[in-house]
Design a protein around this ligand. Structure first.
Ligand code: AMP
Ligand code: MG
Length: 501
């Protein structure tokens, strides 16, 4: 019989200081919750096998599939700005990597699979709620077109985990291009281990940024690629009103995919300072701060690369006659780092500007569009309007500007703005098409997620399955009248989200 999963584990072939061998810890009586058949197909993993008892044993960590070489990886991080020199997969193991049907390499990771050497006293387990939340939100992000880690499967363990109260335990099978984080680089940089840094950087270049090899210094190409992907990623978050919630450097993937759906949330009513995470008391990771936090995280990444950027740096730097202390001229590595880092705001803003203009039906942004977008957001904040529904109702407004039903959906205060906006739209049908493609009808709203989790905790998984299904086609305009499109009623509003670790 062929292997059910065709592993090829390149990370486990790196030196042992990158990880510890660690098998998942078995659980008593696992049961399937959901298998993502589309994703399994893409990965070339037999869906019937995943649905079988043998598949279940693997997804729960009770059996190690042939070809897997389970490891827990080490990393460090800035968490809420505070340096932590050693973290690692404390509740996850990397089973290995698979090559998908289209030839791409993906990590398969079990999350909630028991303690590891990096568990820092935690139990290494995951409660059902956070597992379902991650499943729902990451698959919704994928459907929206946001780069993201994904969910291949969720299973229950038959065991209880104890947080504030006892909850059913669960394991998520997470898929990502890799789980290498800014924090992975930080771990080795902080130790001054340039050999390890170089091995890691070369691994990442081969795996994610092969175009970097065309640079005179490939590590500059690496930095450039990571900056570009991260800027694009955060522009997508801002476009859809997504708040990550824990943009610590261990939660920022080098591949530029969203990872770690803990206290994340999609905004209902728009507010630039919106924060959901219960632990983010200072609002460090508030909605409007995400681009600058990404830039800060990237500066830390660049810092890690300094010894590599210096490797074949130009010798004629020594000929500098500058006597005013160190400058970029004296330090070619610093100059390379700064050149790339300084591009971040422009790269982000170019993506962001384009995306926000598209949301109001304009394909070529200019200063007038910038003002329209800015004023619309200010109105939304002032009138506490729902972010997603405001854009969706603008599309309906453009379709039939005189329809009173549509006018009803936006407060009177929007009238002058609507007039200004309609004045700059010249091709109504092209604008409408653009708006329908860029503005989702439904997003994973907090109150729906909570409702699905509560039902599941009592044994009813139907609301969870229905929510996941609905979120597969978020741009389908037929969903405008769906109950899943609705903003929460005041008593349904979720104010806080939790890490759930
Ligand atoms: P995260 O919330 O995933 O960013 O976790 C931050 C750090 O805490 C990581 O190093 C995790 O491995 C560790 N951690 C989180 N939850 C647990 C848990 N239940 N048991 C052990 N370690 C954990
Ligand atoms: Mg994390």
């Amino acid at each position: 019989m062929p292997r059910p999963i065709n592993f090829d584990n390149s990370y486990a072939r790196l030196p042992e200081k990158f990880y510890q061998h660690q098998s998942p810890v078995p659980v008593t009586s696992p049961a399937h919750i959901r298998i993502n058949h589309d994703l399994a197909d893409m990965l070339g993993i037999d869906t019937e096998w995943l649905d079988s008892t043998d598949g279940l044993q693997v997804l729960a960590g009770n059996a190690i599939p042939e070809g897997s070489d389970p490891i827990a990886t080490v990393y460090a991080a800035h968490q809420f700005g505070n340096w932590n020199p050693q973290l690692g997969d404390g509740r996850a193991v990397l089973l290995g990597e698979v090559i998908s049907k289209d030839g791409n390499r993906y990590d398969l990771q079990l999350k909630g699979s028991g303690p590891t050497p990096y568990s820092r006293g935690g139990d290494g387990r995951a409660p059902l709620g956070p597992v379902l939340r991650e499943y729902i939100v990451c698959e919704a992000m994928f459907a929206l077109g946001v780069p993201t880690s994904r969910s291949l499967a969720a299973v229950t363990t038959g065991e209880q985990v104890y947080r504030d109260e006892a909850q059913p335990g669960a394991v998520l099978t997470r898929v990502a291009k890799s789980h290498i984080r800014i924090g992975t680089f930080q771990f080795f940089a902080a130790k001054g281990d340039t050999d390890a840094l170089k091995s890691l950087a070369d691994h990442v270049i081969e795996r994610h940024y092969p175009e970097a090899l065309e640079f005179e210094n490939p590590y500059q190409g690496l930095l450039k690629g990571v900056i570009e992907n991260t800027a694009y990623l955060v522009s997508r978050w801002q476009q859809f009103g997504f708040i990550h919630g824990v943009m610590n450097t261990d939660n920022m993937l080098i591949s530029g995919e969203t990872v770690d759906y803990g206290p994340c949330a999609f905004m209902d009513a728009y507010h630039p300072e919106a924060v959901f995470s219960s632990i983010d008391v200072g609002g460090r990771y508030a909605f409007q701060n995400q681009p600058k936090i990404a830039h800060w995280n990237l500066a830390n990444f660049a810092q890690c690369l300094m010894p590599l950027l210096a490797l074949n740096a130009d010798a004629d730097a020594n000929t500098s006659t500058n006597t005013d202390g160190p400058s970029d001229e004296d330090d070619p590595a610093l100059k390379l780092a700064r050149t790339e880092l300084d591009k971040f705001p422009d790269i982000f803003y170019t993506h962001h500007r384009q995306a926000m203009a598209a949301k109001i039906g304009i394909s070529k942004p200019d200063e007038t569009t910038d003002e329209l977008v800015r004023d619309l957001l200010a109105l939304m904040a002032q009138e506490q309007q729902d972010y997603t529904l405001t854009f969706a109702s603008l599309a309906r407004h453009i379709e039939s500007p005189t329809d009173d039903n549509n006018a009803d959906t936006l407060p009177d205060a929007f009238a002058p703005w609507l007039t200004r906006w309609l004045n700059v739209i010249d091709d109504t049908s092209a604008s409408l098409q653009l708006m329908l493609r860029t503005n989702p009808q439904i997003i994973p709203r907090n109150h729906r997620i909570e409702e699905a989790i509560q039902a599941a905790t009592l044994g009813n998984f139907e609301p969870f399955h229905t929510l996941v299904e609905r979120l597969k086609n978020p741009f389908d305009s037929a969903l405008a009248s769906s109950e899943y499109a609705l903003a929460p009623m005041p008593d349904q509003q979720v104010q806080r989200t939790f890490c759930g670790t």
